[in-house]
Design a protein around this ligand. Structure first.
Ligand code: PAF
Length: 295
């Protein structure tokens, strides 16, 4: 808990985090704020909060009267072979971090609250989800689009905050909110990095010390590709060099290294418009993803 200044009155006060588990309790609190004309920012997370998540909360608190963080490890975005069971969970630490930032509310539902018996609806976004992470994790974006739609409809926030680290996810959520006329502004927040460049991620917890020492190569390769294609090189040759560097450093398998249109994520031959260099690769049992702007 910390002293905070009210965005409208300028008065100082203290806010204590409220934790709710049910959609009804979330809706009741948000309704109360909206009746007073106060704005709400939503930060969907799967917990195991790090500074990247906290940057989303800070952005919400800067632009909204209230910040609501959700913590839900969403089973439908994991394939049976993936790390749903092992995914890091530390609710007490998450709550302490959110409280420390003066977050207003944490919504921490259990699986039954989100997926009632007989749940049979899903949201799918075509096209944007075909390549990149969609190719190596075909179940993933359906699970994300469905749970994010639910969270947006449950909380009805004015704004919802997502990290640019999951760039394809951000674009998918933007498209989904636009296509379904969900009245929310989707805000992308720049990736927060360790001092050696590694993008912060809850999955970094899986890295062994040796792997952690190698991991920053991933960001370096993306930056090198961005520099080359930004200077006019063909994407194909820059990508091949980058893939070879990653393989030499021990990344295997490499799911993809790509240079894509920053908006529709279609692969580019040369960078002649706003573009993104994106990659996903495995280092030991950890799958790293990252992206940087190019051009
Ligand atoms: O990025 C994440 O943590 C998750 O994919 C999200 C958006 C919270 C949906 O479960």
């Amino acid at each position: 808990m910390q002293t905070v200044r009210n965005r409208k009155t300028g008065k100082r006060g203290t806010k204590k985090l409220e934790v709710v588990q049910t959609v009804a309790a979330l809706r009741a609190r948000v309704h109360e704020w909206r009746m007073k004309g106060e704005s709400v920012g939503l930060i969907p997370t799967m917990g195991a909060l790090h500074d990247g998540h906290l940057a989303l909360v800070k952005a919400a608190l800067q632009n909204c009267d209230h910040a609501v963080a959700t913590i839900f490890v969403n089973p439908t975005q994991f394939a049976p072979s993936e790390d749903f069971e092992a995914y890091p969970r530390d609710e007490a630490d998450d709550i302490a971090k959110l409280d420390g930032l003066s977050t207003d509310l944490a919504f921490i539902p259990d699986v039954d609250e989100m997926y009632a018996d007989g749940f049979s609806t899903s949201v799918s976004v075509s096209g944007l989800t075909d390549g990149l992470c969609g190719a190596s994790r075909p179940h993933f974006f359906g699970g994300v689009a469905t749970v994010v739609t639910k969270l947006l409809l449950q909380a009805l926030p004015d704004r919802a905050y997502f990290g640019e680290k999951d760039y394809q996810q951000l674009q998918v959520v933007r498209r989904m909110a636009r296509d379904l006329d969900i009245p929310v502004s989707i805000v992308g927040v720049p990736t927060v990095r360790e001092t050696d460049g590694l993008a912060m991620s809850s999955r970094n917890w899986y890295l062994s010390p040796d792997e952690r020492a190698v991991a920053p190569t991933f960001y370096k390769v993306l930056r090198d590709i961005a520099e080359e294609v930004g200077a006019g090189a063909r994407c194909k040759s820059a990508i091949e060099t980058g893939q070879a560097t990653l393989a030499d450093a021990g990344f295997s398998p490499i799911d993809y290294v790509a240079v894509c249109d920053a908006d529709n994520l279609k692969p580019l031959d040369r960078v002649d418009r706003p573009a993104r260099v994106l990659a996903a690769a495995h280092l030991g049992r950890t799958r790293l993803i990252d992206n940087v702007a190019a051009g």
